[in-house]
Design a protein around this ligand. Structure first.
Ligand SMILES: Cc1cc2nc3c(=O)[nH]c(=O)nc-3n(C[C@H](O)[C@H](O)[C@H](O)COP(=O)(O)OP(=O)(O)OC[C@H]3O[C@@H](n4cnc5c(N)ncnc54)[C@H](O)[C@@H]3O)c2cc1C
Ligand code: SF4
Length: 330
């Protein structure tokens, strides 16, 4: 670990003041719980002149549930989210994903906005400065070669936040504040498949809140990790599945930990109109295996992560679909 670089800390009390503070600091960074950013700064990953702390802005601090759905402030902690009665009763996948993050201390400090804007991870990046320097750094920061895919010109570091897939399967939207005011967009549009630039926010923009529609479909979240008590997902899957009678009437599947961005599985419409069966689960597993693209960014093999992502999707869908096929292997 390095000594922290010197920086100024701003503590705005309003959204407008936070935007203004960021505009005054060309190399400034927003910070919330700091459980990701501070670790990276101690690894010499970044040298911001200022940190703009978003936790003092009242508008970012509340969860409300009403007829229009669930509204989650970006500075709400994961522990608060996981324990909120409306979340545990109506959005169990979101509660499960928040509970699956790190250890209790991470959830007590870590926030929803920080989790959704988490930096991507790679075994060549989450290292001390001297280790990375000894390896000639890498494309994502200070170097010019990707050690995972040396012939390419793109970073494949994996997005490893737990919350995003659970929000994606509920068709969540986000409010983004910036110099031009506040705009709303689908959460899915926040992300790009580039490990060095996976969050599509312009300079000075930050997440204000997440809006999750009312009447959620039944949904669940599960992850595979190396250490059960505390670890990032090697693959994390959320499934939302609505049934009409025994037929699947609506299906959304979202993944994390396998790609540079969390994403919604495409082609799930082809699985509608029939009950969940072993053949149906085979088709789902193949869809997942085709669309995930894990690379050698973790200590576990990419092929394992590909297969475990498919197996998790199948198990969750089997349970939500009422099928007698739980445990069906990918
Ligand atoms: C040992 C360990 C284990 C962990 N395990 C997990 C895990 O299993 N799953 C998991 O998902 N995470 C894990 N984490 C990462 C982290 O603790 C959580 O993701 C946490 O939710 C991050 O939130 P934060 O508020 O602390 O983010 P910060 O560290 O404050 O910020 C993270 C990033 O988001 C940006 N940011 C913060 N708030 C906003 C906002 N409102 N708008 C725009 N950008 C913003 C920051 O600029 C920074 O780039 C782990 C961390 C550690 C150290
Ligand atoms: S995927 Fe390549 S460029 Fe990205 S962090 Fe890893 S080694 Fe660096």
């Amino acid at each position: 670990m390095e000594l922290l670089p010197p920086f100024h800390v701003a503590t705005p009390a309003t959204i407008a003041a936070a935007v203004a503070a960021r505009q005054r600091q060309a190399t400034g960074r927003f910070i919330a719980g700091g459980t990701d950013l501070m670790v990276n700064l101690r690894h010499g990953l970044g040298d911001p002149a200022a940190l703009i702390d978003l936790r003092g802005i009242p508008e970012l601090q509340h969860v409300t549930a009403g007829p229009d759905g669930l509204v989650i402030g970006a500075a709400v902690t994961l522990a608060e989210l996981a324990e909120h009665p409306a979340v545990t009763s109506r959005y169990p996948a979101i509660a499960a994903a928040a509970t699956a993050v790190g250890a209790p201390a991470h959830r007590a400090a870590g926030t929803v906005g920080g989790n959704l804007c988490l930096d991507t991870r790679c075994i060549f990046y989450n290292r001390s400065a001297w280790w990375r320097e000894a390896n000639g750094f890498c494309l994502k920061y200070k170097g010019d070669t990707c050690h995972v895919a040396p012939t390419g010109k793109r970073c494949h570091a994996a997005f490893s936040g737990d919350l995003a897939p659970a929000l994606l399967v509920h068709a969540a939207e986000i409010d983004i504040a910036g110099p031009d005011g506040v705009r709303r967009q689908p959460l899915a549009a926040l992300y790009a498949e580039d490990g060095a630039a996976h969050v599509r926010l312009a300079a000075g923009e930050f997440l204000v809140r997440v809006v999750v529609p009312a009447d959620p479909w039944p949904a669940a979240y599960a992850k595979a990790r190396a250490r059960g008590a505390i670890d990032f997902p090697l693959a994390g899957v959320a499934v939302a599945l609505r049934r009409r009678g025994s037929d699947v009437d609506g299906l959304r599947v979202a993944l994390t930990g396998t790609n540079a961005r969390p994403f919604l599985l495409e082609g799930t419409d082809g699985l509608l109109g029939t009950p969940v069966s072993p053949a149906w689960l085979d088709r789902l597993g193949r869809l997942v295996q085709k669309q995930v693209s894990p690379m050698r960014t973790t200590l576990l093999a990419a092929q394992y992560r590909r297969r475990v992502a498919a197996a998790l999707a199948q198990r969750l869908a089997a349970t939500l679909g009422g099928a007698d096929a739980v445990g069906h292997a990918a």
